[in-house]
Design a protein around this ligand. Sequence first.
Ligand code: ADP
Ligand code: MG
Length: 594
Amino acid sequence: MSIRRLPETLVNRIAAGEVVERPASALKELVENALDAGARRIGVSLAGGGISGLSVTDDGIGIARDELPLALERHATSKLPDEHIEAVETLGFRGEALPSIASVATLAIESRQAGADGWSIRCDNGVLEAVQPCATPPGTRVRVDGLFARIPARRKFLRSERSEYAACLDIVRRLAMARPDVGFSLEHDGRRVLSLPPEQDREDRVAQLIDRELADNHVIVALEREGTMLTGVASLPTFHRGAADHQYLFVNGRPVRDKLLVGAVRGAYADFVARDRHPVLALFVDMPLGEVDVNVHPAKTEVRFRDPTFIRGMIVSGLRRALDQAGMRVVQQPDAASTALWQREFVPVEGETQAPIPPTFSPTFGGQAGWGRVREAQARFAGFEPAARAEAAEALPVASADHPLGVARGQVARTYIVAEAEDGLVIVDQHAAHERLVLERMRKALSNGAVARQTLLLPEVVELDEPACDRIEARVDELAELGLEVERFGPAAILVRAAPAMLGAGDIQGLVRDLGDDLAALGDAISLKGRLDLVAATMACHGSVRAGRVLSVPEMNALLREMEVTPHSGQCNHGRPTWIKLAHGDIEKLFGRH
Ligand code: ADP
Ligand code: MG
């Protein structure tokens, strides 16, 4: 076969394979174009998850009549300054997006420059039509209809309208977070989903997009090193979610995904947040253009840092510093001294300068980070704040062999139950234990039918983003079996009518929000019963016996008694012990009495 040049339409379609995978990727290109055009307000409208149609309207500089056909031509761009590809500051510059999209859909542009008339152009699956006059406000509107409608082989790879919509929402969120100075609105099937005014503060924008409660629960990150700036908003250690989906990274104003972020965040919060809990944050790195290559991937969501270790280090230090300044202690790494502490008096650690732990600081975890908890408890001792509470119970019961876990004598650091057993001192991690009990109770209840529910006096409304509501709605029956009676309440809220009785007066808001995250992590295929450990962990995390909660002596004893009769209660759902015992002999050794 002889070599021949590919026809333009075919070249565009091949490029479309890279640039346009789904409605969300087309949407990303269009919104980026609007930003590049200096828009102050951007309106996005979607139909059927963006599959049937999507449009992006901006009030930017517009496109001149003569340039409309050029905009749809491959490798035609207004953004490459003097062929210096390294110096590109705009989001686009390949001149590929519009012709690629237009080769696999119907694309229509209406545009008007200030002081000129409006013009429109259409391109139907690669076939360009003539420029027409049109009445339109200054700026540009680009409509894309019937993506892949003529290419069944590509269309069949699209997912449900719901998932395509979720991907579109994610794109708009990320870009809106990157540019709090620009107003954004998003409409899906005629319904307003987002409405963000221009000139917002970054904190407000991020909180409005991730979780409104973040507004009161964040620290500000700001660090500069060698010409690189790290800024952003990060949640307090006590505010976290069940998935790492709410961690956003931006490099030189572009939303990017990089595994580096997850690891660095984990490192920075290691002492504060359990391994299966994830802080919520948006971090912005601004660095010299030569230090980062944003041109790695055609869809440009990946970056290549010249020195990833440096960036990682900056994120860890920036976050730690911000958390420190918020009055949190960054506790030292575990070391041999932790255990040796048992053998010394508790004295304030030398050179201790941190402020006392504020009363709002309470450890919250999903049953992980046992050591973190021990260290936290130590920190409380070292930080002068007495955190132990011993309550004289009326008629103290006597420890007996019938009760191997003993009789509760008090609570330490609102986390550990201290009990006296016949043969020694027992320390129980109340949260880990409770998590385990919830799992075992659920197993038992399910084998007898369903988990008992407690109807709420007042149904509770939990506001969540739409994809999370969709996921919960799809599992209504399964959740009911697990004792949680919920129903959809408008587009972005869930109404909770009943909760599992075993949870007591728990935190319904947090529970439902985390279940939304859990379901995202599970995907559609796995049943909730199949991951009962996960559900139980999430439920226990928001139940009334969580870490950080003060328990009465009868409550503590009830927990101990239940543990004694529950199978596997000696280990938490993650395999760590839920209680430890110091035998009398061990205690004597500690005091040198042997
Ligand atoms: P690129 O963004 O890489 O230049 P595109 O195919 O996305 O390539 O767009 C081609 C050109 O069309 C751009 O360089 C720009 O000049 C023009 N253009 C596209 N969208 C807009 C818009 N919303 N406002 C003004 N000009 C636009
Ligand atoms: Mg572009």
